[in-house]
Design a protein around this ligand. Sequence first.
Ligand code: MG
Length: 371
Amino acid sequence: MKITGIDWGEVSIPLRTPFKTALRTVASVEDIIVRVYTDTGDIGFGEAPPTGRITGDTTGAIVGAIRDHLAPALVSRRVDDFNDLMALVQGCVVHNSSAKAALDIALWDLFGKLRGVPVYQLLGGSRNHLVTDLTISVNSPEEMARDAQIAVDRGFDCLKVKVGVNPALDVERLAAVRAAVPSGITLRIDANQAWKPKEAVRILNGMQERGLNIEFVEQPVAADDLEGMKYVTERSCVPVLADESVFSPMDAMKILQTGAADLINIKLMKCGGIYNGLKIATLAEMYGVECMIGCMLEGRVAVNAAAHLACARSVITRIDLDGPMLCASDPVHGGSVFNEKDITLPDDQTGLGITGVDGVKRVGHVGEVEG
Ligand code: MG
């Protein structure tokens, strides 16, 4: 199977309601879709959402990295030489983890098609069902309590509650959410770097003293403040999950070696795709640290790929793949079936199983492409 051409384009997916965190407010998912064409007629699909506030990858940066580096390096290469291609994707340009993830995903899709099995099976996975949480945006305590109630009515039994905007309100926010949902509902929180270390310990211990029963806190302090995160991990009774602090496998290694966090959040857009996601999962497994699989605000091409990785590694025990459930429509055909909290990977689809994406406005290509 030889790569004959690659194209990339933009697609816009409206959200059900605006998504609000300590870092940003967003009304729609603006995505880059990549298609890798081959001489067998198979097409590999990949995706990269621009998340400048998190990864630094803007639309222009993603398109530039694909156009100038990734696509020219890959066209006319054989998918059979898979390990070489994986190294090429990571090595042909520095940074640009989202653009790398898009090509990595498309290549795994093709490699699975070449071998005739779903990617999660190719990676040794046997489970094909996941249960995801749902994110509650940061708002007033009353609004958040109402949103949590709606999520529980939709069948979600685990909620990821965003906090960190005006931290003085955070304990009240959680108290309002906890009071609004049945006691069996799991609550995890994400501060998106908003707190100072001492403030984080005070807020978290305050939440536990009020019996709010928090499963873990995600990224309480600034991404580069590993000492601060270790301070929180050692003093808070709530487990700490590293998100923005861990992009690459080397970042994960630092956290694991220093014990700066209790858990690690793997996202394909941070680490550059499944190839590096596997490395982080393996490192975490070696240190006895469990992982969460997460996503950006992104469509189902990339989230589907993350679901395949999660099904392949039992060290990934927490699932935060609610991107498609936050969208008002789904332009993606094939792949995992998302039904509220339930994600099911069909076992009769090869590769990642994506067959098409509606409404993609092509903005560039290299080599021979269709249409
Ligand atoms: Mg997070």
